[in-house]
Design a protein around this ligand. Sequence first.
Ligand SMILES: *Cc1c(COP(=O)(O)O)cnc(C)c1O
Length: 376
Amino acid sequence: MINFNEPPYIGEEEFYISQAIKYKKISGDGYFTEKCRKWIIRNTKVKQALLTTSCTHALEMSALLINIKPGDEVIMPSFTFVSTANAFALRGATIVFVDIREDTLNMDEMLIEDAITDKTVAIVPVHYAGVGCEMDTIMKIAKKYNLYVIEDAAQAVMATYKGKPLGSIGNVGCFSFHETKNYSMGEGGALLIQDKKMIERAEIIREKGTNRSKFFRGEVDKYTWVDIGSSYLPSELNSAHLYAQLQNAEKINKDRLESWNLYNTLLKDLEQKGYIIRQSIPEHCIHNAHMYYIKLQNEEQRIELITYLKQQSIYAVFHYIPLHSAPAGYKYSRFNGNDKFTTKESARVLRLPMYYGLKKEDIIYVVEMITKFFIG
Ligand SMILES: *Cc1c(COP(=O)(O)O)cnc(C)c1O
């Protein structure tokens, strides 16, 4: 059987977790959370990085940080995970979707300006598959209209756009360390802050609306309720698990990229024969092999291929149902302009097995079976 995903595992996780227990510090912001924070800052050059209980929560913190209120509008792609939209809908915003690009499936930066109204507050680019959105154009538009940029970089740890780490380009960026992502703590994430003015308030929001972080640093002599907030800091047990993986980030990244490149080489023939379309990576983007997907003719063919692969014990999956056509989408969002690619392309995407430690012979077998499906 070839799973679609297996959580990354390095082998030092148990030892680090046992260390956290031995240090008698299993709640948040201890030794391992600090190690992870430093790793993120060192590798992304952001001004502050706060580990969170999920990327969903990092996105929610972003919405609180930029004071989203009912009636505000936030622009994003409809081809994304629910959390991208939910974080802002929770605070009463209307979600305004724009279409995606046919090549990267990222939001089409050329359609953003047309979606801006006097209610627009933020743009939320999602770096799908760890491939960067056109951030130069997006940042230029944000500056022109005085909008915030919140990067959903859930899939993009260790990936760059024109040399800049994804998640470090906008005002804030959000990472995910869910078990399906490249580096994991079970459930968890991080808020990356590039905008200096936001740092202190982010620490307060993460600590239940208190200035406890300042108290721990000895900057105030008691801590108290100073703002709204919630419990967004993860346990040391989870951070210890993550730290084992961040220490081995290069190794994990290299292994995933090798798998990605092998798929890409082996599937070239099927693309040349016109059966499939392979993933497209712009020159100036370095990706992190978060996923390997192919595009098929249509939804019917996708169902047939998934079923066929399952019979060979290979698990391939698809996602997302475009948010604007989901039940909550009718309530909380509108789609600006034409849906030229979002619905069509999302119905063609098939994600192949991809995880740290995936065996080369398994990749060869997957490609053999896909070839057999098309050619016999
Ligand atoms: C995984 C993912 C999230 C949510 O991450 P969690 O850590 O599970 O909350 C958000 N956005 C995108 C694009 C994702 O892929």
